[in-house]
Design a protein around this ligand. Structure first.
Ligand code: FES
Length: 139
């Protein structure tokens, strides 16, 4: 995880156990309400790869590893519980650190000035995918 001085490498997630391949389809965009979030899990047990996607308006989606930079634990305690009450920030339910949706920067709480690790995602034909490096770098 990155500290306040260094925005995280968008591909660091690929080094984690059970990381899916770039281009992997995650699921239909319609499964996430605007302003909501959904977790996607690959594998299980101690090497589980867990990520989540936040959807804003339309097809605007933002993906992150489900790992809080404070204690390296999952951000949610129940399925889909990644947002604050207002739906304006990602929130860790352990100690209530909050992060910007658009870039995962910690703006308050125990992980303030730390970053969530991004997992670049995009929507193709109504389905959320993990981006490939070519897609991520495309203008
Ligand atoms: S583990 Fe997330 S704020 Fe402490």
């Amino acid at each position: 995880m990155a500290d306040a001085l260094s925005q995280p490498d968008p591909w660091i997630w690929r080094g984690r156990p059970r990381a899916p391949q770039p281009g992997t389809a995650l699921g239909p965009l319609d499964e996430i309400a605007e302003g909501g979030a959904k977790e996607y899990v690959f594998g299980r047990g101690t090497t589980v790869f867990s990520m989540f996607v936040v959807r804003r308006e339309g097809e605007a989606v933002f993906g992150y590893l489900n790992l809080c930079p404070h204690y390296s634990t999952p951000l949610n305690y129940r399925a889909g519980a990644f947002m604050n009450e207002a739906g304006t920030r990602i929130r860790c339910t352990m100690h209530f650190a909050e992060f910007r949706i658009e870039d995962g920067y910690g703006v308050s709480g125990a992980a303030e000035r730390c970053w969530l690790d991004p997992v670049p995602v995009l929507v193709k034909d109504g389905t959320i995918h993990i981006a490939t490096p070519e897609e991520f770098d495309a203008p």
